[in-house]
Design a protein around this ligand. Structure first.
Ligand code: HEC
Length: 103
């Protein structure tokens, strides 16, 4: 009994970490495809990927505010970065990736 629950726990942890890394890969792929145009170069005043100073105050607003900005658009950034075919989960994955690079 104890042994099987240890195995179940180990399998659950393994699955969860695979899911987390798949999400990170997906976030980067979405970023590269839709968001990099502006966020790699800082086009139109976009906070650059990996620019910690540019992201500090934005990250402080909390992830929910960042998700909302990316989903609804902010300033010159169009809703969903201009790619209406992306779902909210895709946008959140891309934002999570950007935040992880800006911390
Ligand atoms: C057309 C250029 C452009 C594209 C494409 C673009 N962004 Fe942006 N993004 C901007 C600009 C400009 C800002 C700064 C907006 C402001 O603060 O006025 C910004 C800001 C942000 C912020 C910070 C919002 C905040 O509340 O501080 C996030 C998060 C973000 N973008 C995510 C994304 C994601 C995710 C994508 C791709 C799905 C994307 N952006 C695509 C131009 C763009």
């Amino acid at each position: 009994m104890i042994r099987s629950s240890i195995i179940i726990t180990a399998v659950t942890i393994a699955i969860m970490s695979i899911a987390a890394s798949a999400q990170a890969t997906e976030g980067k792929a979405i970023y590269d495809k839709t968001c990099a145009t502006c966020h790699n170069t800082g086009l139109a005043g976009a906070p650059k990927l990996g620019d910690k100073a540019a992201w500090k105050d934005r990250i402080q607003q909390g992830n929910d505010a960042l998700y909302q900005s990316a989903i609804n658009g902010k300033g010159v950034m169009p809703p969903k970065g201009g790619n209406a075919s992306l779902g909210e989960g895709d946008i959140k994955a891309a934002v999570d990736y950007m935040v992880s690079q800006g911390q």
